[in-house]
Design a protein. Structure first.
Length: 233
């Protein structure tokens, strides 16, 4: 769009280009998309907003806490993450996606990862430099969202050297948001029962699982998300 300025001293016209609202909106959305880096997350989740989410009673408290997290988050300041848990299809991932959108609008870089696919990708990258770069991205994001933790088939290596390493770096400095079908106690059991666990090593695996939980539970607000399975509506 062209804008004409009149110079009163020189009695001449100056033409300059001004961005139309559509272009401004498009550029803003492009910037948001660059700030939200996602791995294996559907666009319907990544593009979710709080305006899209029905604040029905079974999940209203979780939505309120999600909005509070966005309002209180400041880069470089310690803030607790969130652990959303509940049955499949109740909207946990959409709430997390809305957090990502809201923070990106404020210029915060957010990384949202679907845990089962990401761990499979890391496993396939063993022996290449790709593993380190993938882990560094998760360690350093201002806000990390781990979607569907507990749904992945774990091994000792992915639990201790991948998940453990990421959370060790983040736990006191950078907030992490989780969605899961599992309660914290159920997640503890899942972490102890890795695919390569042997009965003789059960105590050792329980200790390692507890070590991971200690990198999660003290640093989050645990929030149930209820309601109907909206995927079947």
């Amino acid at each position: 769009m062209s804008v004409v300025d009149v110079d009163p001293d020189k009695s001449c016209l100056n033409f300059r280009l001004a961005k139309c609202p559509v272009l401004i909106g498009y550029e803003k959305q492009q910037k948001i998309e660059r700030l939200i880096k996602s791995h294996h997350i559907p666009k319907s989740i990544v593009n979710a907003t709080f305006e899209d989410i029905e604040p029905d009673p079974p999940r209203r408290a979780a939505i309120v806490e999600a909005m509070r997290f966005c309002a209180e988050f400041a880069p470089g300041e310690t803030v607790k993450g969130l652990y959303f848990y509940g049955n499949m299809g109740v909207g946990k991932s959409r709430v997390a996606g809305a957090i990502a959108q809201e923070l990106a609008k404020r210029g915060t870089d957010v990384l949202m990862v679907y845990v089962p696919d990401f761990l499979a990708e890391v496993k396939d990258s063993i022996g290449s430099n790709g593993v380190l770069s993938k882990l560094e991205a998760l360690k350093e994001a201002s806000v990390l969202i781990l979607d569907d933790i507990g749904a992945e088939p774990l091994t000792s290596w992915t639990r201790d050297e991948v998940l453990g390493a990421i959370l060790q770096r983040r736990m006191e400095e950078l907030p992490t948001i989780y969605t899961s079908n599992l309660t914290i106690n159920e997640l503890r059991y899942h972490l102890a029962n890795v695919k390569d666990a042997k009965d003789a090593d059960r105590k050792q695996h329980e200790k390692k699982a507890e070590r991971i939980i200690e990198r999660i539970e003290p640093f989050v607000k645990v929030l149930p998300v209820g309601g109907r399975n909206r995927r079947r509506d």
